[in-house]
Design a binder for this molecule. Sequence first.
Ligand code: HEM
Length: 226
Amino acid sequence: MTISFILISYVYTMVVHFTAALFTAYIVYTAKPWAVSALFPWHPVLMTVSFALLMFEAITVFSAHSSFIPLASRPYKAKVHWILQTLAAAFGGAGFAVIFVSKNLNHKQHFVTWHGIFGLITIIYVAVQCLAGTVVMNPAWIQSIKLAQLKLYHATSGLCLYTLACTTLVLGLYSNWFMRNVRGTSWYACMGVVAILILAVMNQIVTAYQTKQQITKQNATKSWKK
Ligand code: HEM
């Protein structure tokens, strides 16, 4: 590994984590849930902490280039991953409860916007993905599927979930509430952040599993030639 490669990796790591943290702080600052007595502002806050911060960190913990604990062992990273994902699911569940109760209190209809419908699907998907994650942690439960295959399915499904969550986030940025509070360059910057998050996750998962598949193919070719 050359010095310049290490330096570029380090800068990239700092940029993505800083971007995720800054975006979360910006949404908290914009919503100011402490300043009003209404429930609603907690919804964007809890959802952003859940998906842009906790879930993003939970996925990138495995990244070769942008893990915040690059020197930790794989089992340790797996432990950090499930702890962060559990927290992300808890924050997501709380964010969902907040908007649901808030709409009930204001006698508003449920799941009538694209954001609301995508949000509902995202929350259900999170629950399913968490359950599937417990199977990956206990591979003996399903003996007909190899652990490597289970991991591949879990990662692919995780990528689909994160893409869905980012789509919901983008639809949230298009909501009347957000567009009333944030305009111009700041609004475009928020869109840019969500694009960075999804690209970082896509790049990580696709690269990791492509490399693994190439190694498996090379090994298969070698043993076939022997
Ligand atoms: C991935 C993260 C998010 C999820 C899963 C999510 C989920 C949801 C759901 C399910 C509803 C509809 C609840 C109902 O109709 O009973 C909703 C409503 C709402 N959300 Fe989110 N949300 C997310 C992020 C955000 C963000 C970041 C913002 C603001 C920037 C936001 C703003 C709103 C607004 C204004 C409403 C009320 C209007 C509507 O129903 O579309 N959400 N959200």
